[in-house]
Design a protein around this ligand. Structure first.
Ligand SMILES: [Zn+2]
Length: 190
């Protein structure tokens, strides 16, 4: 065994801990860990352009950065689902959409501009975006916790045996998070 041994191979924890990394499939210079965000719920069939929140109309298909209405019967809210990552101080955030019953959706909208927290939460809804490989095509039930000051509501998976619920309670490894990134089009250059 002789010097020089060269540099230590960069691991997942190094990549997520702040160094800039080149992506195999997009032009962004990623820096450490970043959140993934879904423009719209997976069942949305319209365009990706947002209307202003003020144009919200429950009687037609509608998409803004915070609200979505599909077929005048499905009401969805932009949320965040957080997952701890082992050895990292910050949590990974999945910017995603959850459905709500119409009455809860209306309560959420009523409190939105004032940034106050409704007294009736948390509310139950369906997570309407996949986070592969932690979720499959089956819908995932979640509790939605409204937050003060116009922060996005926080989702907590209801079924504690679901892999996504275990990820939320036990955390995932840095390698697991890189696998999630890769599934969503962001993989470090080998
Ligand atoms: Zn990328």
């Amino acid at each position: 065994m002789k010097w020089p041994f060269g540099r230590r191979k960069q691991g997942a924890i190094d990549i997520l801990n702040g160094a800039e990394w080149a992506c195999r499939s997009c032009d962004a210079a990623h820096r450490g860990m970043f959140d993934l965000a879904c423009n719209h719920p997976d069942p949305w069939n319209g365009g990706s352009e947002y209307e202003p929140n003020s144009a919200l109309d429950l009687d037609r298909d509608f998409l803004s950065e915070d609200f979505c209405v599909i077929g005048s019967e499905h009401f969805l809210v932009r949320c965040v689902l957080e997952i701890p990552v082992h050895s990292l101080a910050d949590k990974f955030g999945f910017g995603c959409w959850s459905s709500l019953k119409r009455e809860h959706f209306e309560t959420y909208v009523d409190h939105f501009d004032g940034g106050t927290v409704p007294e009736t939460g948390p509310w139950w809804g369906w997570l309407c975006n996949r986070l592969t490989p932690l979720t499959e095509d089956q819908p995932v039930g979640c509790w939605m916790f409204p937050q003060p000051g116009r922060q996005r509501p926080v989702l907590r998976v209801d079924d504690e045996d679901h892999p996504l619920a275990r990820a939320q309670s036990e955390g995932i490894s840095p390698e697991d998070l890189l696998r999630v990134y890769a599934e969503h089009g962001h993989a470090p250059l080998a």
